[in-house]
Design a protein around this ligand. Structure first.
Ligand SMILES: [Zn+2]
Length: 106
């Protein structure tokens, strides 16, 4: 069951600095880089906005929950973001071609 596979007591409750997505701890792996969710918002890729959009998790500045993500999750999120963007752009082309095909038939 849940308790067997994932023991809540294993997590250091006094240290709440965890990757918000995979629960990696900076303390456990010092080679792993972490990014602050609310401080990495470039106009092209807004980290907090994409976490909300792609994962449905809203990161608020005024609670005690972790506001960092590890670089692995960051990379996954970024490639997912790029894939979504690519699909949306392709969709415009596909819709255009589909419209033309429909028009040609009539
Ligand atoms: Zn992570």
């Amino acid at each position: 069951m849940f308790e067997e596979s994932f023991n809540m007591n294993d997590l250091h409750s006094e240290n709440f600095d965890l990757c918000r997505i995979c629960l990696s701890e900076p303390e456990a792996d010092r080679r792993l880089k972490f990014l602050h969710v609310l401080k990495n918002n470039e106009s092209y890729f807004q980290l907090n906005l994409q976490i909300e959009e792609l994962l449905g998790i809203k990161i608020e500045s005024n609670d005690i929950k972790p506001k960092i993500v590890c670089e692995n999750c960051y990379k996954s999120l970024f490639s997912w973001f790029e894939m979504k963007k690519k699909a949306q752009e392709s969709q415009i082309v596909i819709n255009y071609i589909a419209t033309k095909k429909v028009l040609n038939k009539t």
